[in-house]
Design a protein around this ligand. Structure first.
Ligand SMILES: Nc1nc2c(c(=O)[nH]1)N[C@H]1C(S)=C(S)[C@@H](COP(=O)(O)OP(=O)(O)OC[C@H]3O[C@@H](n4cnc5c(=O)[nH]c(N)nc54)[C@H](O)[C@@H]3O)O[C@H]1N2
Ligand SMILES: Nc1nc2c(c(=O)[nH]1)N[C@H]1C(S)=C(S)[C@@H](COP(=O)(O)OP(=O)(O)OC[C@H]3O[C@@H](n4cnc5c(=O)[nH]c(N)nc54)[C@H](O)[C@@H]3O)O[C@H]1N2
Ligand code: SF4
Ligand SMILES: [Mo]
Length: 879
C-alpha cells in the first residue's frame, strides 16, 4: 500500500493534495500521534516536489477537534444501521409516491472518482433519475459545454508540459498565482528559462499580474468580444492554418459573427492591437482560462471564442500550443469523466444518445435509466424550494454558502422534507440544516483516484485512521444502494473493485468512439491499484497519455472540429441607479472555498483574516468610505457587511469580494447572498462574477478587535473569526454599544470568573479589557468608535502568555510588529519584509529569501514580495 520512499522513522506514503486541480503529489509521513508531515513528491509529474502554501500547511488541518464522528438523525447520534436504513427508506418511499425525479443528489468535484462513480450509478441507473448534479456546475460546466461543441467530447487537448514549452501564456479570467500556484511557478520557471511572455486578461489587477508582461483590464464579460477581434486579426493577417482548417467546419460563420460583433471590451485599440500581434506572432501560445471565463452567462460562448482562435491557427495538441481550461477542484476532471453532471452519462457518454444509454444500461444491468437530462444545480435548488424535490442528499459541498442566491438556497434546503448531508464536520451552514448527517472519512483517511487538469490520474492513499464511525463516501452510497434493494450492483469490496468496473465501462465508451478510455486499467489487481503511479489517460491496449487533436481527428460525427459562431454579450444584470456597482467575486491565496479545512490552520488564516470589499479610490471618496471602514453591500437578493480596502487594483465602478466566509466564520460575509442565479443558456453555469449592488458606509456605533485562547462568541451586526496559533481572533462591530463592556467581554469569551483589567473611557467610547488567570492572559477586547487601530498580529500571539502590557495594544519598543503574515510557511510579516528591503537594500525576491527565508519554501508569496520590492523607492523587482 505504501507507494512512497522509506525515510528515517515512519515510512512516507505517496498521495495527492486535496485542494486544487493542479493535483500535486505529496509525500505523507504520519507521526504516530495523529499528526502528519507533508512534503511535495519530487517524482509527481504535476509538481516535481513543489507545493503551495495550502499544500504545505496540510498537516495543520488533520486535527480531529471539529470532526463529525457518528451519524446523527435529527441531531441525535445514532449507528450506521439506523441512519442508512432511514436514508434508503425515505428515498425509496419518495420515489414510490412521487416518481424518481422527486429525489436528487448534489455532489462535488472534490469526491474521489470511485465515490462519484457509485453516486452516479445509483441515481442514473437504479433510482432512475438524472437528478444528480455537482458543484462543478458552478465551476467547469461552461468549459465542458464549450469543449463538447468544438470537439464532440469534453477533451482537454494539452498537458502541463505545454506550459513549460510555451513562448506565450495568456491567462484569461485566471488568477493562476493564487489559485493554481504550482502551475504559476511552472510558468515563471519557463519565463526564466526561455523568456516566455505572460499576458493577464482580468478586469482586476491580481497577484498574477506581478509576473506578467501585459495586463488587459477587460470589461466584465468582454472576453468573447476580444477573442472575436483576435479571430478577425488572425484572418486579416493570413495567420490561419489552411491545412488544419480542413479538419474543421464553421470557420466562415464564426468569422462572419466575429466581424459583426460590436461588443464592449473596455480596452483601447492599441491594447487590442498589441495583444493580437503578440498572440498571432507567437507560434507556441497556450491560452489558460478559468472562472473569469466559465462563471458567466456567456461562459460557453467565451470558451468557444477562445477555442476558435486555436482551431483557426492549428495551434492545438502540439507542444507548447493549445487552449487550456484549468480545473478548480482536485477531481473536477474525474467528476466530468464519471458523468457527474446531470446531462452526462459515465465515461463521456451522452445521456441523450440512445446507443450510449443502451450501452451503459446493459453494462450496469440497470433496471431504469432516464432519457432526459436532470436538474442542473440552480434549477435543482429551485425545485427543492418549490417542493418538487422532496428528498435531497448533499455530499462533499456546502451549497448554503456557495450557490448564487445563497439565502434562498439555504431556505430551500431548510424547507425540504428530507435532507441528508455527508461531511467531515457538522459545523457548516449546510450541515446544520440536515435531517440526517453522515460522518465522512477525510482526505488522509481514504483511498481512491483523482484526475487533475491535464488528465493525469493519481492515487490518494489513506495514512490515518478515520475517527469514530466515519466512513468513505463510496461506502455510504453503496450501502444505501444495497438497502434500496440492489444488492449485487452495489456489492463492492473496496475502491479497487469500483475502479476496475469503471475502467471496463470506459472500454465500451472507447469502442463507441469516445475519448475517455482507460480500459487498459480494467485488469488492475488490488496490488496494482495500491501501487498505481500517476498516469495520463487515455490508457488502452495501444495508447497511453499524450495530447489530442494534432492529427485533426475530432469526436464529432464525421471527425471534424467545429468553430462556433459567437456574439459577445454583456453580463445579465445591468447596473442602475439602485445598484450602480458591478461586484466581482473570487478567491484568496490561502483559503479554500468555505474554509472548513484551511480555516483550521493558523498559518493560512494569517494572510487575510476577514471578508473584504476592494473598491477604487475615486468611488470610496465619493461614498465617504475610508480604509478599514465597514461597507454595507446590497443587491436585489441579499446583503453583506465587508471591510473596505481601497485599491486601484479594481476599476472605477467595480468591486471585488472573496467567496470564502460563511455563517460559521463571518455571517455577514456570505457573498453569494448577493449574487443572482442568472445562468449560461448552454451550460447552466451561474454568473458568479458579475452581480450588481449598491454600497454605503455602515453606521457602526462601535468597532472591536478580540483575541482569545479559547472560543469567541460574538453577538453583533458584524463579526469575523480567524484561527490563531494561540486560539481565535475576531473583528467585531455593532450598531449599539452594550451598557457594560466588562460584562460584555466576559460573555463574549465565556469567562465569567476571570480577573479583569479594564481601561474604559465612556466619554470617548473606548474600552480595553484583559481577562487573566494567574497572570496568564486568557483573552482581550479592544473597542473604539472608529475602526480599531492595534497591532493585530502581535496581540493575536499573546493569549496564554504573561499578560503584562497587553492593553497598550502595541508591542514594546524593542520588539517590532511583524505585520500581517505574507509568507505563510515561515510566518514572515509584511513589516519585517519591508524593513529588510529598506534597511538592507534587498533587490530581488531571492535576496529577500536569503535574508528572511520568506518565499523560499512553497513560493506562493513570491508575487507579493515582488510587489513590495516594486513599491520600494528606486528599485526594480526581479522575480
Ligand atoms: N487559494 C485557492 N485556490 C483555489 C481555490 C480556492 O478556493 N482557493 N479553489 C479552486 C477552484 S474550485 C477553482 S474553480 C479555481 C478558480 O481559479 P480562478 O478562476 O483563477 O479564480 P477566481 O478568483 O475565482 O477568478 C479568477 C479571476 O477571474 C476574474 N474575472 C472576473 N470577471 C471576469 C471577466 O468577465 N473576464 C475575465 N477575463 N476575468 C474575469 C476575477 O477578477 C478573478 O481574478 O481555483 C482553485 N484554486
Ligand atoms: N460568488 C462565488 N461563488 C462561488 C464561486 C465564485 O467564484 N464566486 N466559485 C464556485 C466554485 S468554482 C466552486 S468549486 C464552489 C465551491 O463551493 P463548495 O463545494 O460548496 O465549497 P467547499 O468548502 O469546498 O465544500 C466542501 C465541503 O465538503 C466537506 N468535506 C471535506 N472533505 C470531505 C469528504 O471527504 N467527504 C465529504 N462528504 N465531505 C467532505 C467540507 O467540510 C465542506 O463542507 O463554489 C462556487 N461558488
Ligand atoms: S497547487 Fe497547491 S493547492 Fe493546488 S494541488 Fe498543488 S499544493 Fe495543492
Ligand atoms: Mo471550482
Amino acid at each position: 500500500m505504501d507507494g512512497g520512499s522509506q525515510g528515517p522513522g515512519l515510512p512516507e506514503t505517496r498521495s495527492t493534495c486535496p485542494y486544487c486541480g493542479v493535483g500535486c503529489g505529496v509525500l505523507l509521513r504520519p507521526n504516530g500521534a495523529g499528526g502528519l508531515a507533508v512534503r511535495g513528491d519530487p517524482a509527481h509529474p504535476a509538481n516535481y516536489g513543489r507545493l503551495c502554501s495550502k499544500g504545505s500547511a496540510l498537516g495543520e488541518t488533520v486535527g480531529l477537534g471539529h470532526r463529525l464522528t457518528a451519524p446523527r438523525v435529527h441531531g441525535v447520534e445514532t449507528g450506521w444501521d439506523d441512519a442508512l436504513q432511514l436514508v434508503a427508506d425515505r428515498f425509496r418511499e419518495t420515489v414510490a409516491a412521487h416518481g424518481p425525479d422527486a429525489v436528487a443528489f448534489y455532489v462535488s468535484g472534490q469526491l474521489l472518482t470511485e465515490d462519484y462513480y457509485v453516486a452516479n450509478k445509483l441515481m442514473k441507473g437504479f433510482i432512475g433519475s438524472a437528478n444528480i448534479d455537482t458543484n462543478s456546475r458552478l465551476c467547469m460546466a461552461s468549459s465542458v459545454a464549450g469543449h463538447r461543441r468544438a470537439f464532440g467530447t469534453d477533451t482537454v487537448p494539452g498537458t502541463y508540459e505545454d506550459l513549460d514549452a510555451a513562448d506565450l501564456v495568456v491567462l484569461v479570467g485566471s488568477n493562476l498565482a493564487w489559485c493554481h500556484p504550482v502551475l504559476h511557478q511552472r510558468v515563471m520557471a519557463a519565463k526564466q528559462a526561455r523568456g516566455t511572455r505572460v499576458v493577464v486578461i482580468d478586469p482586476r489587477r491580481t497577484a498574477s499580474c506581478d509576473g506578467a508582461d501585459l495586463h488587459l483590464a477587460i470589461a466584465p464579460g468582454g472576453d468573447a468580444a476580444l477573442f472575436n477581434r483576435l479571430l478577425c486579426a488572425i484572418h486579416a493577417g493570413g495567420a490561419t492554418d489552411a491545412a488544419f482548417l480542413r479538419h474543421t467546419e464553421g470557420f466562415d460563420a464564426a468569422l462572419a459573427a466575429a466581424r459583426a460583433d460590436r461588443g464592449e471590451t473596455g480596452l483601447s485599440e492599441a491594447e487590442i492591437a498589441a495583444f493580437c500581434r503578440l498572440w498571432i506572432g507567437t507560434e507556441r501560445v497556450v491560452t489558460v482560462y478559468s472562472q473569469g471565463v466559465n462563471q458567466s452567462t456567456s461562459g460557453t460562448d467565451k470558451v468557444n471564442a477562445i477555442l476558435n482562435c486555436h482551431l483557426a491557427t492549428g495551434r492545438i495538441g502540439r507542444p507548447g500550443r493549445g487552449p487550456f481550461s484549468v480545473t478548480g477542484q482536485p477531481n473536477a476532471m474525474g467528476g466530468r469523466e464519471v458523468g457527474g453532471l446531470a446531462n452526462m452519462l459515465a465515461c463521456h457518454l451522452d445521456l441523450e444518445n440512445a446507443d450510449h444509454r443502451a450501452a451503459v444500461r446493459g453494462f450496469w444491468r440497470a433496471p431504469a435509466m432516464p432519457d432526459a437530462p436532470g436538474l442542473k444545480a440552480v434549477d435543482m435548488f429551485r425545485a427543492v424550494g418549490a417542493g418538487r424535490v422532496k428528498a435531497l442528499w448533499i455530499i462533499h459541498t456546502n451549497p448554503a454558502v456557495s450557490m448564487p442566491e445563497a439565502d434562498a438556497v439555504r431556505d430551500a434546503i431548510a424547507g425540504c422534507d428530507f435532507v441528508v448531508v455527508s461531511d467531515v464536520t457538522g459545523a457548516t451552514d449546510t450541515a446544520r440544516l440536515a435531517h440526517v448527517l453522515l460522518p465522512a472519512a477525510a482526505w488522509a483517511e481514504k483511498d481512491g483516484t483523482v484526475t487533475n487538469s491535464d488528465r493525469t490520474i493519481s492515487r490518494q492513499r489513506a495514512v490515518l485512521p478515520a475517527p469514530g464511525a466515519a466512513r468513505p463516501d463510496w461506502a455510504m452510497l453503496a450501502e444505501v444502494g444495497r438497502r434500496m434493494g440492489w444488492t449485487a450492483a452495489f456489492d463492492y469490496a473496496g475502491p479497487a473493485e469500483i475502479f476496475r468496473e469503471y475502467a471496463a465501462l470506459s472500454g465500451i465508451a472507447g469502442r463507441l468512439g469516445r475519448d475517455f478510455d482507460i480500459s487498459g486499467l480494467s485488469g488492475l489487481d488490488d496490488a496494482g491499484y495500491d501501487g498505481l503511479a500517476p498516469l495520463r489517460w487515455p490508457v488502452t491496449a495501444t495508447r497511453e497519455g499524450g495530447r489530442f487533436f494534432a492529427d485533426g481527428a475530432f469526436f464529432h460525427e464525421g471527425g471534424r472540429a467545429r468553430l462556433v459562431a459567437v456574439t459577445s454579450r454583456a453580463p445579465a444584470a445591468q447596473t442602475s441607479a439602485d445598484h450602480p456597482f458591478r461586484l466581482n467575486t473570487g478567491r484568496v491565496r490561502d483559503q479554500w472555498h468555505t474554509m472548513t479545512r484551511t480555516g483550521l490552520s493558523a498559518k493560512l488564516s494569517a494572510h487575510l483574516a476577514e471578508p473584504f470589499l476592494d473598491i477604487h479610490p475615486a468611488d470610496a471618496a465619493r461614498l465617504g468610505l475610508a480604509a478599514a471602514d465597514l461597507a454595507e453591500v446590497t443587491s436585489a437578493h441579499g446583503r453583506a457587511i465587508l471591510r473596505v480596502r481601497i485599491t486601484d487594483a479594481v476599476q472605477p465602478g467595480q468591486l471585488f469580494a472573496p467567496m470564502h466566509w460563511t455563517g460559521e466564520t463571518a455571517p455577514s460575509g456570505r457573498i453569494d447572498a448577493l449574487v443572482a442565479a442568472a445562468t449560461d443558456p448552454v451550460s447552466g453555469q451561474p454568473e458568479s462574477k458579475a452581480a450588481v449592488v449598491s454600497v454605503r458606509r455602515m453606521q457602526a456605533a462601535w468597532y472591536g478587535f478580540a483575541v482569545s485562547a479559547g472560543p469567541i462568541r460574538p453577538d453583533c451586526a458584524y463579526w469575523a473569526l480567524a484561527t490563531t496559533r494561540q486560539g481565535t481572533r475576531a473583528e467585531l462591530a455593532g450598531r449599539e454599544a452594550p451598557a457594560d463592556w466588562e460584562a460584555e467581554a466576559r460573555r463574549l469569551f465565556d469567562l465569567p470568573g476571570a480577573d479583569a483589567t479594564s481601561i474604559i473611557d465612556t466619554a470617548r467610547g473606548t474600552a480595553r479589557i484583559a481577562l487573566e488567570e494567574d497572570g496568564r492572559l486568557l483573552a482581550a477586547l479592544f473597542v473604539s468608535p472608529a475602526p480599531v487601530a492595534v497591532m493585530r498580529d502581535y496581540l493575536a500571539a499573546l493569549p496564554g502568555t504573561g499578560a503584562a502590557g497587553v492593553l497598550t495594544g502595541r508591542p514594546p519598543k524593542d520588539m517590532p510588529d511583524p505585520g500581517p503574515v505574507l509568507c505563510a510557511c515561515f510566518g514572515v510579516g509584511i513589516n519585517t519584509i519591508v524593513a529588510a528591503i529598506e534597511a538592507r537594500g534587498l533587490m530581488s525576491v531571492d535576496a529577500v529569501g536569503a535574508a528572511l527565508e520568506a518565499g523560499t519554501n512553497c513560493g506562493s508569496c513570491r508575487p507579493e514580495i515582488a510587489a513590495l520590492l516594486a513599491r520600494a523607492p528606486h528599485r526594480e523587482a526581479a522575480e
